[in-house]
Design a protein around this ligand. Structure first.
Ligand code: SAM
Length: 283
């Protein structure tokens, strides 16, 4: 939504709340999958909006992209084969490729236009797209994972839009079961799991569905994300064994390039507030 004073506003009907950024719309298009808009804001750089929902801003995307990638890649003992489902802005891919253990990183986004617009408006997020270890595929992530060979992946990162439209099928037991099959036994799965404050039902249901799909356990982590509804966001890791402590040297070689992630923010992100503990343990 854009009003006469040039404020973009995302209304979160379920919470009767809204978030606004001042700026002007510089691009809008309807793709076969979704409606994409780009805003040039006054203080937050560029903003990508899909189907009315904020996706990425120049100013604050680092929280999300760093926390979707470094916690799992630092925890896995040897993350060589990584797949990103969604993530078409390429920010998560850039973070994944900072890890030299990674030999192949495949990004599968259903909508090529997201990547082409990101190359234009967020070139810094796309700076690693030509890395020889990277493959950019434009396909439905649900079908791609279903067809992936058994035990062929070390880490799956689901960096998707909300559970409506093309992303709806990325939030159910059947999809999680395909991911479980595609992962090696020590593999790690992580998916953005919305706001534990205002999307508590989705957050809870996702963990339950991952365990129902055959993962032994799920572990949530929390981080700020100012442009997303409520400003407080989560991701959920699904795993087969115990989740280890992060390798102490996992991000040392590129620590100076990061803005939010370090060993202390890693530990802090896994602290479970009492309201979430009660949510997880309630029927
Ligand atoms: N960080 C964002 C968030 O949490 O709001 C997500 C950003 S990323 C741009 C989301 C991407 O998921 C979009 O580019 C969209 O095209 C992609 N996507 C949605 N459904 C998909 C599917 N079934 N397979 C692959 N990609 C999908």
């Amino acid at each position: 939504m854009l009003n006469a004073d040039q404020w973009f506003t995302e209304v979160e009907k379920s919470a009767a709340s809204a978030f606004s950024l001042k700026g002007r719309r510089v691009h809008a298009e309807q793709t076969p999958f979704q409606h994409i808009e780009i805003f040039e804001t006054e203080r937050w750089g560029y903003l990508m909006v899909i189907d009315g929902c904020t996706m990425v801003s120049t100013r604050d995307n680092f929280f999300y992209h760093e926390m979707m990638s470094h916690p799992v890649l630092s925890t896995h003992p040897n993350p060589e084969r990584v797949v990103i489902i969604g993530g078409g802005d390429c920010g998560t891919l850039r973070e994944v490729l900072r890890h030299q253990d990674v030999r192949q990183a495949t990004q599968i986004d259903i909508d090529e236009r997201v990547t082409r617009l990101s190359e234009q408006y967020f070139p810094e997020l796309c700076e690693s797209n030509d890395d020889p270890r990277a493959t950019l595929a434009f396909d439905d992530g649900i079908a791609w994972i279903r067809n992936a060979p058994k035990s062929s992946l070390d880490v799956i990162i689901v960096d998707s839009t909300d559970p409506v439209g093309p992303a709806e099928g990325l939030f159910n037991v059947a999809f999680y079961a395909s991911c479980r099959e595609a992962l090696a036994d020590d593999g790690l799965f992580i998916q953005q799991s919305e706001s534990p404050l205002i999307h508590a039902d989705i957050f809870k249901a996702m963990g339950e569905a991952m365990r129902e799909a055959g993962f032994k356990a799920t572990t949530p982590l929390f981080f700020p994300q100012p442009i997303y509804p409520s400003g407080w966001w989560s991701a959920t890791i699904a795993h087969m064994g115990e989740l280890s402590a992060p390798r102490s040297d996992a991000t040392t070689s590129f620590a100076s390039a990061l803005q939010y992630y370090n060993p202390a923010t890693h530990a802090a992100a896994f602290a479970v507030p009492p309201m979430v503990r009660r949510l997880i343990s309630s029927d």
